[in-house]
Design a protein around this ligand. Structure first.
Ligand SMILES: C[S@@+](CC[C@H](N)C(=O)[O-])C[C@H]1O[C@@H](n2cnc3c(N)ncnc32)[C@H](O)[C@@H]1O
Length: 219
């Protein structure tokens, strides 16, 4: 999936995966342009999102029909693991439900940003016998949920960790995990939040995009 200008590096990394792991015979690749997401300001945002979803399903269906012949195997490369904050499965299942194309679907698990993060920090995800919550940052506006001591935060556009009361909390942060520009920081949230916020802004300004994930752990 080509998500437009500024994300060429993400496409290039996928080609690198092929070069390293499927060099011979090199698979045929098909790049599908993702239709631009509707603006939040669109007059009827819900209708605009529904239209956008439909355009994506159309584009993906046409790509499968055009590129994968009878008896052949096609694959969608998914970032991280396909089960986590990912629409690929939903789109492909919608194509199957339309019924114009008949195919069997297999899901191959990947390394999610969550597991890349814990591996790079060499920490377990959970504490003994305890629960872990994985959440998009926008659900943390009110701070850490009651009764949850370990929260993995993804999709943070606004450095929400700088607004959370930091007492008794450690942060384990990683940006561009598993990539050449990987950055890691960890420590008490009150000490680390300003530095991590600055690093994020510098990295975003330098590369034009950022992917970061962090674990907030109550001491
Ligand atoms: C649309 S979600 C996709 C998650 C992906 N399916 C996974 O399993 O990691 C995108 C979010 O995942 C996290 N993410 C994905 N790749 C990352 C990476 N290499 N380093 C740090 N965070 C990453 C970021 O929080 C980003 O905002």
């Amino acid at each position: 999936m080509d998500k437009g200008a500024g994300t060429e590096e993400l496409t290039e990394i996928r080609h690198e995966v092929f070069r390293r792991h499927r060099p011979d015979p090199e698979p045929r690749t098909v790049e599908i342009a993702d239709p631009p997401r509707p603006w939040r300001e669109a007059s009827d945002y819900r209708a605009a999102v529904a239209r956008w979803r439909g355009q994506r399903v159309d584009a993906w269906e046409a790509a499968i029909a055009g590129a994968v012949g009878e008896g052949e195997t096609g694959a969608f490369l998914v970032w991280g693991d396909p089960s986590l904050y990912e629409s690929t499965l939903a789109v492909v299942q919608e194509i199957a439900a339309r019924g114009a194309l008949a195919f069997e679907l297999e899901v191959i698990p990947g390394v999610s940003a969550v597991h890349a993060l814990t591996a790079r920090h060499r920490i377990p995800l959970n504490r003994v016998g305890r629960a872990v919550q994985i959440t998009p940052a926008r659900l943390l506006a009110e701070g850490l949920p009651k009764g949850v001591d370990d929260v993995v935060v993804m999709l943070d556009a606004h450095a929400i960790f700088t607004t959370i009361p930091p007492e008794g909390i450690d942060i384990y942060w990683g940006a561009y995990l598993g990539m050449p520009d990987e950055i890691l920081r960890d420590g008490p949230l009150d000490e680390m939040a300003p530095e991590i916020a600055r690093l994020r802004e510098e990295a975003r300004a330098c590369k034009g995009w950022i992917f970061d994930t962090y674990l907030l752990r109550r001491r």
